[in-house]
Design a protein around this ligand. Structure first.
Ligand SMILES: Nc1ncnc2c1ncn2[C@@H]1O[C@H](COP(=O)(O)OP(=O)(O)OP(=O)(O)O)[C@@H](O)[C@H]1O
Ligand SMILES: [Mg+2]
Length: 252
């Protein structure tokens, strides 16, 4: 199986402080990996290092087998950053923002029918088909997040990297995202998700990697095979909590 994302003993500093202190993380073709951990544990920094947005001071970050600093095939990567704005002050419709996710594939050629179909499909997948011509300025936070997810999907990338795609998204939309990701995984797309809790995505996740203070605290294979209560943010009272291995995926 090809290694799609690889962080090997990666260290990184921000503002003169070490933020990643030797992180190892691997995502292979068709795998879904969740990166969990408390606020400030380094999750966003780790995914930003994986896409070359944070310089690595030690170890190596690689995409599809190439060191990130030499990687050029960005059309293969769909990245949804944590809570950003899609509009950047310029009024744009949902369709325009989602179309931007397709441009990496086109280089400078005009968009064709297949591109427009991919854009419409992505907008439909996140449930915004009836709003496609609306300005993104008029959307709620959760709808905005769905536009960013559609933008990543529109490029039909080989890997989807999403930083907290469930944040501010209601349960129905979380389930839409779970269905969308399942379809992507079935097509062989690889997925790396930063999450605070696995929620409806739990059955899809092949591996959960928990960061604490810039280090991998532990890794859990197939967390979806654990009972739901053990991966909840606030597990209900368990009569025998020590009898089974627990995975705290909420605020640790
Ligand atoms: N641009 C920056 N300059 C300086 N320090 C930063 C910068 N960005 C992040 N940090 C620090 O790096 C650490 C890790 O931040 P990061 O955003 O990776 O955490 P996170 O695990 O994604 O947290 P959250 O769950 O809140 O999103 C934090 O202590 C944060 O204060
Ligand atoms: Mg973050």
């Amino acid at each position: 199986m090809e290694t799609v994302i690889s962080l090997a003993k990666v260290t990184a500093e921000l503002g003169g402080r070490p933020v990643l202190r030797g992180v190892d993380l691997t995502v292979r073709t068709g795998e879904a990996v969740a990166l969990l951990g408390a606020n400030g544990s380094g999750k966003s920094t780790a995914v930003r290092a994986a896409v070359g947005q944070v310089p690595v001071t030690g170890g190596e970050a690689a995409l599809f087998g190439s060191p990130v600093r030499r990687f050029r095939d960005w059309a293969r990567v769909g990245y949804v950053p944590q809570r950003s704005t899609a509009a950047g002050g310029v009024p744009a419709t949902i369709r325009e923002v989602v179309t931007a996710g397709r441009l990496g594939r086109r280089r400078l050629r005009p968009l064709g029918r297949a591109d427009r179909a991919a854009v419409d499909r992505a907008i439909g997948l996140v449930g915004l088909a009836d709003r496609a011509s609306d300005s993104v300025d008029a959307l709620s936070g959760g709808q905005h997040q769905r536009v960013l997810i559609a933008r990543a999907l529109a490029g039909e990338p080989d890997v989807l990297i999403m930083d907290e795609p469930l944040a501010g998204v209601d349960l129905d939309s979380q389930q839409v995202l779970a269905r969308t990701l399942r379809a992507q995984l079935e097509r062989g797309v690889s997925v790396l998700l930063v999450l605070h809790e696995l929620g409806p995505l739990q059955p899809l996740i092949d591996r959960a990697v928990v960061l604490a203070d810039g280090r991998v605290q532990r890794t859990v294979e197939h967390p979806g095979r654990l009972p739901e209560t053990q991966t909840a943010c606030h597990p209900p009272t368990d009569p025998e909590p020590s009898a089974r291995p627990t995975l705290q995926t909420g605020i640790l």
